[in-house]
Design a protein around this ligand. Structure first.
Ligand code: FAD
Length: 513
């Protein structure tokens, strides 16, 4: 072969221009590697999902007539890392050049960029996945500078002419967030659709992980439920547009513990398929927009706008933040948070029902929806000052869709405010009141959500105040937060002391909460 083309596990894009070119003399390589199973402790469903999808993609390419080498852990166990594997294969197959697609992760981009393959030539091409071309990121983002997501999103709407009428937003409004924050009432619970689950046999992958002593977290439900090829990913997309999109925006922020489908609700669960590039973001957006257009009013604009905003807005935005600010971003710890992540993040055994529910669900499904990640686990780590490195490691490992470019700005930026406001203009700090407003978690909780002090008071209430007081100097000048301090100052000194001593007890006994 004259050329070796390496396909990373999250580059399963059958529409890439590579596959529209001549097949001769090109060897495509897809490989399971220890460096990828070991860079963080991953959920077993995440590893199985990636490996299964890689295997399916390799088979699909073979069937289409490409020369493909699909290597499993059995084949690569003696390769120290990715560049060494590539160098070994180039020698074995006498390739004169290697080509790869721009990795989404800084770690892999650096590794491939720095390795000297001489005399073999090295070519990096675009991954052709994102809406915003890689080389245009710098036109929208500047290092260490906050860019408002809303402004970025509006530019993207205009640029791609999505949900636009002439030069104005469809419906005369860019944002329907105010309509989209509804709590699920008891009467809404029975209508939540059962999620579409696949039945994939991953027993060979599981055996391989055991054979190679790969350390994983979480549980594997068998058969495996996530989509692992393009056909399944498209089925999940169609299912979403038909059954979930009509209520997507409305219940986007809602949480419940009282439904069999409380883990999936009206969320698409498409992130894994999109992040692996089995689906293109524009394809997903267009499917949702056309479902809206053809729905005869059954799907309203607020629902579809809420969905488009997530993909065209947030997803592209966090990628811009990541590439503009790496590698420094990974080291930011503005609030100087140092505490260890409590043990219950690994088993879910805590008396706080919201946390118990979000963590246990994450361990059993490798999934939690956005508000569980942001306002339950994320908020708890923010209020208790957990070391952002440990927070990152947890998020990077536990979710099936976790890849650093998207995980890091969401975790270190959006939830932990460790980036000093590059992503969020203020910390997403909340007391138990928010959880109670958006969920039914508090009803049967061991703790009382209405109480700030006392042994049974919801820990979030005092922790919230202690966080605000600890960071008063930094936050008080923020116009979106300043008024909160006026509330605090109105409280009696005794009440303030009691609140802060309850918070101190909670922090000193964090493992017992
Ligand atoms: P839906 O609710 O159906 O949303 C549709 C799509 O919008 C998602 O599939 C995703 O592609 C996109 N999206 C929505 N919100 C975001 C966002 N904030 N950033 C980027 N894309 C978004 N998403 C990941 O894909 N990988 C991660 O590792 C990841 N880590 C996160 C960590 C934290 C602390 C937080 C707060 C959020 C994180 N997110 C991450 C974003 C978001 O929570 C997930 O994309 C979403 O929950 C995936 O489920 P879904 O496909 O059902 O999404």
């Amino acid at each position: 072969f004259s050329t070796l083309r390496f396909i990373l596990g999250d580059q399963l894009n059958a529409n890439h221009s590579w596959f529209k070119q001549d097949k001769d003399n090109i060897l495509y390589v897809i490989a399971e590697l220890r460096q990828e199973t070991d860079y963080a402790p991953h959920h077993i469903q995440k590893v199985c999902g990636f490996f299964a999808a890689m295997g399916q993609f390799a088979n699909a390419l073979k069937q289409a007539g490409f020369n493909v080498l699909h290597l499993t852990l059995d084949d690569t166990e003696h390769d120290a890392n990715l560049p060494h594997l590539i160098a070994r294969l180039c020698l074995q197959y006498q390739c004169k050049s290697i080509e790869y697609q721009q990795p989404d992760e800084y770690r892999l981009a650096q590794q491939l960029n720095e390795f000297d393959f001489t005399p073999i030539t090295k070519v990096c091409v675009d991954s052709e996945h994102f809406m915003l071309p890689f080389n245009e990121i710098s036109q929208y983002f500047k290092k260490d500078k906050h860019v408002t997501m809303e402004h970025f999103y509006r530019k993207m709407r205009k640029r791609f002419n999505l949900l636009m009428h002439e030069n104005e937003p469809l419906g005369g409004q860019w944002n329907f967030d105010a309509d989209n924050r509804v709590k699920l009432k008891k009467t809404d619970l029975a209508a939540i659709p059962a999620p579409l689950l696949f039945e994939i046999d991953v027993s060979d992958i599981k055996a391989r992980l055991v054979r190679h002593h790969v350390k994983t977290i979480g549980q594997l439900t068998e058969p495996f439920i996530w989509p692992v090829n393009r056909t399944q990913a498209k089925e999940l997309l169609a299912f979403f547009c038909q059954h979930l999109l009509p209520n997507f925006g409305r219940f986007q922020d809602a949480m419940t513990a009282n439904s069999e489908h409380s883990w999936s609700l009206y969320h698409s669960r498409l992130s894994f398929a999109i992040n692996c590039k089995m689906l293109h973001p524009l394809q997903v957006i267009q499917a949702a927009v056309s479902a809206y257009e053809q729905s005869d009013g059954l799907i309203n604009l607020a629902q579809v706008e809420g969905f488009v905003r997530q993909i065209l807005g947030w997803r592209e935005y966090v990628r811009g933040v990541y590439w503009t600010n790496m590698p420094d971003y990974k080291t930011y710890n503005t609030l100087d948070a140092k505490r260890d992540l409590p043990g219950y993040f690994w088993h879910g055994k805590t008396k706080m029902r919201c946390l118990h529910h979000a963590i246990s669900q994450s361990l059993t499904t490798a999934y939690a929806h956005h508000i569980q990640r942001l306002m339950v686990t994320g908020n708890f780590c923010l209020l208790t000052g957990i070391d952002p490195d440990q927070v990152d490691d947890w998020y990077l490992g536990i979710y099936i869709d976790a890849i650093e470019w998207v995980e890091l700005p969401n975790t270190r930026g959006m939830t932990q405010f460790a980036d000093n406001g590059i992503v969020a203009t203020k910390p997403y700090a909340a007391s138990g009141n928010y959880i109670n407003k958006m969920s039914d978690y508090c009803t049967d909780c061991h703790y009382q959500v209405k109480d700030k002090v006392g042994d049974n008071a919801c820990p979030l209430n005092s922790l919230y105040w202690q966080f605000m007081i600890q960071h008063r100097e930094r936050l008080e000048r923020n116009p979106r937060i300043g008024m909160i301090y006026r509330n605090w100052d109105k409280q009696s000194p005794q009440s303030q002391t009691d609140t802060l001593s309850r918070a101190k007890w909670c922090l000193d006994n964090i493992e017992q909460l």
